[in-house]
Design a protein around this ligand. Sequence first.
Ligand SMILES: Nc1ncnc2c1ncn2[C@@H]1O[C@H](COP(=O)(O)OP(=O)(O)OP(=O)(O)O)[C@@H](O)[C@H]1O
Length: 880
Amino acid sequence: MSRAAQPDSGNRPGRQSNAPTSPPRDTPMLRQFFEFKEQVPDCILFFRMGDFYEMFFEDAAVASKVLSIALTSRDKNHPDPIPMCGVPYRAVDSYLAKMIEEGYKVAVCDQVEDPKLAKGLVKREITRVVSPGMFIDPNHLPPREHRYLAALYFARESLGLACLDLASGEFLATTLLPGPALADELARLEPAELVLAETQAAHPGLGDLGARGASLPRSLVAGRPPTPAQARQSLEGRLPEEEDEAIDPALIAAALAWSAVLSTQRTSPEHIERLGLYQVASHLVLDAAAQRNLELFRSIAGGGRKGSLLHAVDQTATPMGGRLLKQWLAFPLRSLEAIEARHQAVEEFVNDPLLLDSLRASLNELPDLPRLVGRASLGQATPRDLAALREALLALPGLRSMLEPLQSALVASRLEQMSGLGGLAQRLYESLAPSPPVNLAEGGVIAAEVSPELDELRQLKGAGKDWIAALQAELRVSTGITSLKVGFNKVFGYYIEVTRAHLEKVPESFIRKQTLANAERFITPELKEKEAAVLGAEEKALELEKLLFEELRAAVAAEGHRLVAAARAVAEVDVLAGLARLALSRDYTRPRMIPAGELSISAGRHPVVEQMLKEGEFVPNDVHLDDESQQVLIITGPNMAGKSTILRQVALICLLAQAGSFVPAAQAQLPLLDRVFTRVGAMDDLAGGRSTFMVEMTETSHILAQATPRSLVILDEVGRGTSTFDGLSLAWAVAEHLHDLDGVGVKTLFATHYHELTELAATHVRAKNFNVAVKQYQGSIVFLRRLAPGGVSRSYGLAVARLAGLPEPVLERARQILERLEQGSRQEPAPPSPPAVGGQLALFGGEGHPVLKKLAELDLSRLTPLQALNLLSEMQDELG
Ligand SMILES: Nc1ncnc2c1ncn2[C@@H]1O[C@H](COP(=O)(O)OP(=O)(O)OP(=O)(O)O)[C@@H](O)[C@H]1O
């Protein structure tokens, strides 16, 4: 049984044992409450009483706050009343969702017998435990996100990480080296809860969780972690096909996740797939900073999906496709073969837009298959869920025949996974009513001719109802009371109602049952007899339907593995088709992938920025990086020119390509990358207690320590967070280091405001200067958004500030200050120069010393070199 972690208490969920140690009041109900509370000390207990779920004591205090409901008390007259709050049982799911989103674990304790039939206290049971990582409510789970429960196991020299998505059945694990890899993996999998063995609850390795991991609610599995043998045993049937000893930590972590699930779910989740083992090194590594900086899944500005790469490229038709696309982007491939296989499939769809459209139309009709299967296997699928599953299964053959003609080996290999479900489809088709209600209790779930017994009960019920319906007309004639009515209510069942005015006409055989203001209600023995038959048949039919439905649900669960595999195949086809749709609608091209070497992008675009602008407004750019003469690009240019955009677009193009997508460019040749590193923009991590500069330097040192000649490094204004000279020197040293790394260097794009850095290119063979061009026009600047060779020698900061609307007096003052500063910085490190030579600004303005004036007025295009030399000599003379 999993128990609450209490490593770092606080009022976070699932971390407190919040029941008093002994019952303050000894009533049978409270005794029952405490019994359950003891079973789940880390949970808030929702205790069913009549039409409400009630919470008591500390649970009530917590829940009333989280749910914004009134905190009341039980037996108010007692000197020490019990705090209590409650929520209506019908709306419990949305309250559970709220508790979960706040990170709490909740145990739901239901009445498992009819209170009317109970002798003494009603029998209760904990029917489900929900927690942030084990939450499957379709109405409250974002459709296009996985909801992972993560488990961690620390071995001596490595650690295991497993992630399980209870809703959709996905199950992955990996073995990692201690250090930053853990935080990176947690950042890309974004689990909602962390499971640990009790004995590792305070393991020093938890220091590597990173900001995201550290804030996760935790659960503990009692005792020590399992041994490798025990782990294998508990994962029986779900073990990966190939395994060796190196994966032991991953297996142990997986066993921990599995046992946490088993202890909270009341059924064995058949739909959980075979464990998928992966290695970090077989994927392009994207650390937490890169994912954030490149805004892969969330925009930095709003924190939402909008504005992210995922949002810009997701054209999948189904929720499972959406989830898989996210995974492809989080885990881009490093195998040329596997990448080409995806590109080839996308290309085939691109070349057949008609097929693509009809395929997507069919995919559009499909429900969230893995989650349907998940709910079936956890015993929570509704009749309507199974009907949706039926429709999906019936649609599969059509989908397959559409895909059969394709050449793509990848698609062909998925076709097989979509087959073999005909039997189940047939059974659902025959057994389930054509359009069943959501609620099993409404009846009408099972089709006719499935069970002769059910058909007979339905007939009985129908005949009884017909008899009753005919009764009203019959009695009106025989009694002569034209307003006589036959009605039904829950308390009295069927009755005959006669208004006061006609009471004298009531026959003696009527038995009076109820008196209303203006009428009397009667029954007759015959009516009650029919009623018993109707209600009895109804009740029996419902019970039988329930049984038959559960059988059906179990049949679905039994095929859980196969269904999830089929769903995965469909998801994969959906992602490929979505990428093809994207390529067609946004004019992406298939990149040429090479194992290593030159990176060359012609007319590349930024996939997200492009979509935010009007059509044709985005200016495409060429970028070329190689290992001989153009490995480190120093990119200068004014603020707002588009430096960051170019940097990111190169990274995003590489990443999209390795994920299997076409890319936003006219042409692209891309070497396989092992990692993309980014250091983009200055951001505070005040919550993490680190200053802007500290974050910047931590990320930079991380890059320097881990980059390889196969990596792509994106550095945006490194050094900006500190004083100019410190920053410049650091930026310089970092660029140099990347240029010289391993004697080969790393492909690096370095955007900087320090135009002094352009001097690096003069002394470093593989460094080149580029700038994002702007034009000065009538005192203002025009952004050309073009990457051009060569550096710039000024920063245009004030011109951009004017564009931004800074008041003129402020700009004027800034100009004066800048002039003085630049004079200062020029005089200090350089050899003393004649006082009359003004700052750079004076140079450009052509004001100040007469020599400068003369210089400014020269028309260089008309001077011969000799004339120029003569003029220079004259000027030197003038300056003395
Ligand atoms: N190639 C382009 N075509 C059209 N618009 C672009 C292009 N690149 C950038 N932009 C626009 O310019 C804006 C600023 O771009 P970006 O942030 O890349 O500039 P920057 O040079 O990095 O500026 P700063 O130095 O202030 O960070 C973008 O938000 C986008 O709207």
